[in-house]
Design a protein around this ligand. Structure first.
Ligand SMILES: Cc1cc2nc3c(=O)[nH]c(=O)nc-3n(C[C@H](O)[C@H](O)[C@H](O)COP(=O)(O)OP(=O)(O)OC[C@H]3O[C@@H](n4cnc5c(N)ncnc54)[C@H](O)[C@@H]3O)c2cc1C
Ligand SMILES: NC(=O)c1ccc[n+]([C@@H]2O[C@H](COP(=O)([O-])OP(=O)(O)OC[C@H]3O[C@@H](n4cnc5c(N)ncnc54)[C@H](O)[C@@H]3O)[C@@H](O)[C@H]2O)c1
Length: 483
């Protein structure tokens, strides 16, 4: 067997790269992680962490009822991002684990070799037995007339703004556009969202996405949905966005800033994938269920594959890749149990196939629902907007999917993910003791609905006859009754 300098080279030090290099070293592989910027990737610097800080500060601004102090927002953003970096992403943490960390850009020169272009201008040729590509994604800039000549923000520049804009137009009502619309509106910016789709958060349950949009409209966010953008123009002081209206006319929106949040594109161009013979498409590096590319020794994980663009999925894919590559254990991406959450107020979360996918596949299921307005903790906290919907088999209670709108939906969906992944049924959940008063108890009460819905007047008649009970027949007509 030829000898290589490393057993594993990981390219990219974001969620997928950090997980895979730590695991690689943990399994005894001589591992090198290459990062062109700072370890931590999008999540720490330009994604999950700053966006959740903004949402938290925005909630506080809403409670105080006054505009945020942008200097304080920026200070908090910098302070917490640094804290996350020092606690979880710093190169020394990985060096301690046995990972070599090198800074620079990696470019393949062959199937087992690459050039590391270092920041000081020097280059180094390196070989490895295995590679894991985890170079992530960046904002996709749609081909809109005038956009190239107009200043716009993306998630890369948004959190570095020097002042709070008086107004902002956001192109895209996906998770980024929706979270940032609420955050900026609450901080004091007048936000307008434009999307070509007819509802925000196209991957979530439309009914819940519509309820969230209503809440955001009450807070002042303006939505222009089902509109195509004709052109964009402007300068650093004012931006104009022309949109088409349903009657064929054109309307021009204007704001101080423009944020493009219209999806992602994979970071693949500078990798020299052709030299390594790795197959790539516009949506990302093609991988199989084991995260392997068409080259048996080259794997890819995370956003660069264009598959599931979430931090938890980047970590999951990294685990799948390393387990197959270094342990030779055939582990597959668990695509049937993928949860996600959008951290607006109320939150919106989903698990498994969508309701539309269940319906399209002709799957037979029952919907078990529980409203937040009947959850005592939601009542005491004053956050009663929301619902838990679980889709499950009528007789077995086997969980097929779930949607949640409401406070802590992202945490609650984890309860169903654990149950569904491990074959626990709604009956098992309903028989489990959950503490009172918690949001999690709402998950159990949704599971209780399986017992309640399986109760029937016929069953009660049978009980009465067998045991000689003398009460009247119950009224079971309310589909949302809780006992
Ligand atoms: C605003 C926003 C909010 C988000 N919020 C959430 C959330 O709440 N929850 C959630 O689950 N997900 C969220 N996401 C998605 C999440 O951030 C990504 O799915 C995740 O960061 C992807 O991780 P990754 O490791 O694949 O890529 P990245 O984190 O992008 O890491 C890739 C790394 O590779 C480096 N790199 C690229 N090319 C090269 C090269 N040629 N050589 C060397 N290094 C290279 C980059 O510098 C980068 O550090 C959010 C994203 C955004 C933009
Ligand atoms: N809480 C979270 O987990 C979280 C938060 C933010 C981002 N993310 C991840 O980041 C990914 C990217 O987020 P995103 O919101 O940029 O992308 P997205 O693809 O989810 O949504 C983009 C939106 O932009 C619209 N759009 C695209 N082109 C348009 C055009 N020319 N004109 C008008 N509208 C247009 C689409 O219809 C869509 O609604 C997400 O898919 C998600 O995986 C996750």
């Amino acid at each position: 067997m030829p000898t290589y300098e490393y057993d594993l080279i990981v390219i990219g030090g974001g969620a997928a790269g950090l997980t895979s290099s730590g695991m690689g070293a943990g399994f005894g592989a001589k591992t090198l992680m290459i990062e062109r910027d700072r370890l931590g990737g999008d999540c720490t610097w330009y994604g999950c962490v700053p966006s959740k800080i903004m949402l938290n500060l925005a909630k506080k601004a809403k409670i105080r009822g006054r505009k945020a102090d942008w200097a304080e927002v920026r200070q908090t953003l910098d302070y917490i991002r640094d804290e996350v970096y020092e606690d979880a992403d710093h190169p020394d943490i990985f060096r301690k684990m046995g990972v070599e960390v090198a800074f620079g850009t990696a470019v393949f020169t062959g199937p087992h070799s690459l050039t590391l272009k270092q920041p000081d201008g020097n280059s180094r040729e390196i070989t490895s037995r295995y590679f894991l590509i985890a170079t992530g994604s960046r904002a996709m800039v749609p081909p809109i007339s005038g956009l190239d000549e107009t200043p716009y923000l993306t998630n890369h520049s948004l959190f570095e703004l020097r002042e709070l804009p008086e107004s902002m137009i956001i192109i895209g009502g996906g998770p980024i556009g929706t979270e940032m619309a609420q955050a900026f509106q609450r901080l004091g910016t007048q936000v307008t969202v434009v999307d070509r789709a007819n509802e925000i958060l196209g991957k979530d349950l439309p009914e819940f996405a519509g309820m969230l949009r209503n809440e955001m409209e009450k807070e002042g966010v303006r939505f222009y949905l089902n509109r195509s953008i004709q052109s964009v123009s402007g300068d650093d002081r004012r931006i104009m966005v022309s949109i088409s209206c349903a009657d064929g006319s054109t309307k021009t929106l204007s704001a101080a800033k423009l944020l493009v949040a219209a999806g992602r594109q994979p970071n693949t161009e500078t990798l020299g994938l052709g030299q390594a013979g790795v197959h790539v498409t516009k949506s990302g590096i093609s991988v199989n269920d084991r995260c392997r590319t068409n080259q048996r020794h080259i794997y890819a994980a995370g956003d660069v594959t264009g598959r599931f663009q979430f931090t938890h999925m980047s970590e999951h894919m990294a685990k799948v890749a390393v387990t197959n590559m270094l342990l030779k254990v055939p582990m597959k991406i668990d695509a049937r149990h993928v949860p996600w959450a959008t951290y607006t107020d109320p939150e919106i979360a989903h698990l498994g196939p969508t309701k539309a996918e269940l319906d399209a596949a002709g799957t037979r299921y029952e919907t078990y629902r529980f409203p937040y307005k009947k959850n005592d903790r939601a009542i005491t906290d004053g956050v009663t907007t929301g619902w838990i919907y679980v889709y499950a088999k009528k007789f077995s209670g086997k969980i097929l999917a779930a949607d949640i709108l409401g406070a802590h939906a992202g945490d609650l969906i984890g309860q169903f993910a654990l149950a569904m992944r491990n074959g626990l049924t709604l009956r098992n959940m309903a028989d489990t003791i959950f503490p009172y008063p918690t949001y999690a108890l709402g998950a159990r009460r949704a599971a209780d609905q399986w017992y309640i819905k399986n109760q029937s007047v016929g069953l009660v008649k049978w009980l009465k006859r067998i045991f000689g009970y003398r009460g009247p027949l119950p009224d079971l007509s309310d589909p949302d009754r809780i006992v």
